[in-house]
Ligand binder design. Structure first.
Ligand SMILES: Cc1cc2nc3c(=O)[nH]c(=O)nc-3n(C[C@H](O)[C@H](O)[C@H](O)COP(=O)(O)OP(=O)(O)OC[C@H]3O[C@@H](n4cnc5c(N)ncnc54)[C@H](O)[C@@H]3O)c2cc1C
Length: 378
């Protein structure tokens, strides 16, 4: 590590108390930073596992807690960054306070996109409060319409069915097809329908009051509870006057660097990928980005470039999927164990560029072993 660079940075502020912000704090300490470290988050409680909200917490009240941090950062919670002045290296917050920094980590994540606008009656699932509200509502067993057939919409639909609700999923195309590919999409759809999920193929364009989803062909889907899972929006508004945004996007280089003394990591950041500069809003991606960005803040070019080995998992409709490598997967898989997509099985697809993705369904397998199975293709 370049100690001169590290010594020049004595006061670091991390904005965003999610997994990217927390990982950045841990990584800064691991890289030898012993200066003043402050993490600011607008949620009022300690960092938690967001993926657990739609899995453990929603399904059976399971834990969403993360291990207590040991980085010793000063935590300022329930306070939002409002504006950043990069010249003065200072930012202001919604409680009237200001902080100056030598180094800044932007880790402000993303929020749920809403179908009906900011004040619409739909429920979304992004925060702990969202999950607790949704869990309470599902316990009263309303009929539910879920809009959005990505992994999150499918997990919500699965949890609602498990709670005893009648569930309709409004799907703009086969569920999770763009995420997983047609083969796995079909397997998960079969499992979902077998458990009682009603599928409506259509594009939702809006809401008509609290109980009606409007589709683009004029059809209406009625339910007592509407939950939307139609993507996320990066939290970049507080950077609007900073000069850091390009067409509203916060673009970082392969080391997470945005500007001198400023790095970004996690759902907020657009990063170079093999399919262009874009966000990869996944848990593992946030962790790996934050590790690199923290080192880059201290050591610049001496930090390694991000070399993301994609990892994805989902639990829904009795299926537990883990995937190492790039999804979606085209065509039929090679079965490494088992012979049915609903498992227990490990499947592998080898992409045209020679890279492979290994997918375990209902098969207990350590991730390093799954990684070896992906890299042993060809
Ligand atoms: C329900 C759910 C299930 C998921 N399941 C999976 C899964 O199975 N697998 C997977 O890989 N990924 C999953 N994800 C995605 C994963 O959780 C995210 O990619 C990850 O949490 C991103 O971490 P982050 O720290 O970048 O952002 P966030 O977790 O969004 O954290 C950012 C924090 O910054 C705060 N903040 C925002 N603006 C400001 C501001 N101006 N000032 C101060 N604080 C601010 C936010 O409120 C938030 O607390 C799931 C997401 C959700 C919502």
């Amino acid at each position: 590590m370049n100690s001169t660079r590290t010594d020049a940075v004595r006061r670091i502020v991390v904005v965003g108390n999610g997994i990217a912000g927390q990982t950045a704090c841990d990584s800064l300490r691991a890289a030898g930073f012993d200066g003043e470290l402050t993490i600011v988050g607008d949620e009022p409680h300690p960092a938690y596992s967001r993926p657990a909200l739609s899995k453990a917490l929603l399904v059976d009240g399971g834990s969403h807690e993360l291990a207590s941090p040991s980085h010793g950062a000063t935590e300022i919670l329930g306070v939002a960054a409002l504006a950043l002045d990069t010249r003065a290296r200072r930012m202001s917050f919604d409680d009237g306070s200001e902080l100056s920094y030598d180094g800044l980590v932007v880790a402000s994540g993303a929020r749920a996109r809403r179908l009906g606008g900011p004040d619409s009656p739909e429920l979304t699932l992004r925060t702990l409060e969202d999950a607790l509200t949704l869990r309470d509502r599902l316990a009263t067993q309303p009929s539910v319409a879920v809009v959005g057939a990505g992994p999150l919409g499918m997990e919500i639909a699965s949890a609602a069915l498990s709670a005893g609700c009648e569930v309709t999923l409004v799907a703009d195309g086969p569920p999770m097809r763009v995420h997983l590919g047609p083969y796995l999409s079909a397997a998960f759809t079969t499992a979902a329908v077998a458990r009682g999920l009603k599928l409506v193929d259509g594009t939702a364009v809006g809401l008509d009051g609290p109980h009606t989803v409007l589709l683009d062909d004029g059809a209406r889907v009625e339910a007592e509870l509407i939950v939307t899972a139609i993507g996320d929006i990066p939290n970049t508004e507080w950077l609007a006057g900073s000069g850091l945004l390009t067409d509203g996007r916060l673009e970082a280089d392969a080391r997470g660097r945005v500007a001198p003394g400023i790095v970004a990591a996690g759902d907020v950041a657009s990063i170079p990928t093999r399919s262009g500069v874009r966000r990869i809003p996944l848990w593992n991606s946030a962790i790996e980005q934050a590790k690199i960005a923290a080192v880059a803040l201290l050591t610049g070019d001496a930090a390694p470039e991000l070399d993301l080995e994609p990892y994805f998992w989902t639990e829904q409709f009795g299926l537990n999927l883990k995937a190492v490598g790039h999804l979606p997967a085209a065509g039929e898989p090679e079965f490494l164990t088992g012979d049915r997509p609903e498992g227990p099985a490990v499947m592998r697809w080898t992409h045209e560029d020679g890279h492979a993705v290994a997918v375990a369904v209902n098969q207990r397998i350590p991730i390093p072993k799954l990684r070896r199975m992906a890299s042993a293709s060809g």
